[in-house]
Design a protein around this ligand. Structure first.
Ligand SMILES: NC(=O)c1ccc[n+]([C@@H]2O[C@H](COP(=O)([O-])OP(=O)(O)OC[C@H]3O[C@@H](n4cnc5c(N)ncnc54)[C@H](O)[C@@H]3O)[C@@H](O)[C@H]2O)c1
Ligand SMILES: O=C(O)[C@H](O)COP(=O)(O)O
Length: 306
């Protein structure tokens, strides 16, 4: 059995070593395709792979057609919007993610960007503190819960909205649940986005919603660029010179944001939320273990396609 790690953005070496230990320890062969620059390289590498470990790498119908021996794809990470689930099901390929394995890394980055923004991107002028401010967590999943944990230490008032998480879970964590996204944005000085990119959420962060934020509101996005209605946000930030936007996922209209909103906008050059040795180790080794469990015992825990 050949297990291919196909990562355009590679894991830390220590994580690859851990993956190798799991795969070779189970008697399988490990192949690496790292830092590839061309889809043709991926199409060639998947030809004889029985299992794939990927990150944000796009697995579409063309890749699945080329991967004649493929049984399983594990997205080492949370969001699996980069995998065509319907096509995978049609090809008889199981798709999994590794929930929770990179969430602390993302939560820490959200605070890194949050502090940078409220300190005016370190321009020397007086900024503000997070302590005592109202934080809105938009989606109370694995990342959202880690954000809440850190926010407690900072001394923020914490509110959350999640369309599917029971209010009792938030209350049990000492978080104030709110009934709608609208109520969250109306209430909070800072909103941190943690919704997945789905048909329901894409473009949902729009003019009306963000405009509900109080004066000097800050929107932090470590989720996906697709959830933002960029045209609306550009228009709103022009209409509301008090608002700031920081993101770990570079917008399609990055140049416009950067040019129009100096001192109010920041994007990491490349998605960095999960880019820590710890998150790479956690997610990479979990992916390797899930593949071994699937191939040896048929374990389908964490399967995300039907
Ligand atoms: N920047 C990065 O490197 C990075 C790393 C990890 C995750 N992410 C992104 O963050 C997202 C969240 O990650 P996670 O680990 O917390 O995932 P998760 O699956 O643990 O949590 C997602 C939460 O979103 C909620 N949700 C789904 N649809 C919603 C909606 N319409 N309105 C409100 N809540 C909704 C779910 O109920 C769930 O609680 C991922 O899907 C991914 O897109 C980015
Ligand atoms: O959904 C995720 O887990 C993140 O977007 C991580 O993406 P990456 O593995 O490309 O850093």
């Amino acid at each position: 059995m050949k297990i291919l790690v196909a990562t355009e953005k590679p894991f830390a070496k220590v994580a690859v070593d851990g993956i190798r230990k799991e795969i070779e320890g189970a008697g399988y062969e490990l192949a690496l395709l790292e830092k590839y620059t061309d889809k043709a390289q991926l199409l060639d590498a998947v030809k004889d792979a029985n299992a794939l470990i990927i990150r944000s790498d796009v697995i579409d119908n063309e890749v699945l057609d080329a991967a004649k021996e493929l049984k399983i794809v594990v997205r080492a990470g949370a969001g699996y919007d980069n995998v065509d689930l319907e096509a995978a099901t049609a090809h008889g390929v199981c798709v999994m993610n590794t929930p929770g394995q990179n969430s602390n890394a993302v939560a820490e980055l959200a605070f890194g960007m949050m502090i940078m923004a409220v300190r005016n991107f370190y321009d020397g002028k007086s900024g503000t503190e997070l302590k005592g401010k109202k934080l809105g967590i938009h989606a109370y999943g694995n990342v959202g819960r880690n954000v809440a944990r850190i926010a407690k230490g900072i001394g923020m008032e914490i509110y959350a909205y999640d369309a599917y998480c029971p209010k009792e879970v938030m209350e049990g964590d000492g978080i104030v649940p709110v009934d709608s996204a609208e109520a969250l944005y109306e209430t909070c000085n800072v909103v941190s986005l943690h919704i997945p990119a789905t048909a329901e959420t894409k473009n949902s962060i729009n003019y009306d919603l963000v405009n509900r934020m109080p004066k000097n509101g800050l929107l932090v996005n470590t989720a996906r660029k697709e959830v933002i209605n960029e045209a609306d946000l550009l228009r709103l930030m022009n209409d509301r010179p008090d608002l700031k936007y920081v993101t770990d996922i570079m917008p399609v209209h990055h140049a416009e944001f950067a040019e129009q909103f100096p001192g109010r906008y920041f994007s990491t050059p490349k998605k960095m939320g999960a880019q820590t040795a710890e998150a790479n180790i956690n997610a990479g080794i979990a992916a390797a273990k899930q593949i071994v469990g699937f191939l040896k015992d048929g374990c389908e825990k964490f399967r995300v396609n039907k």
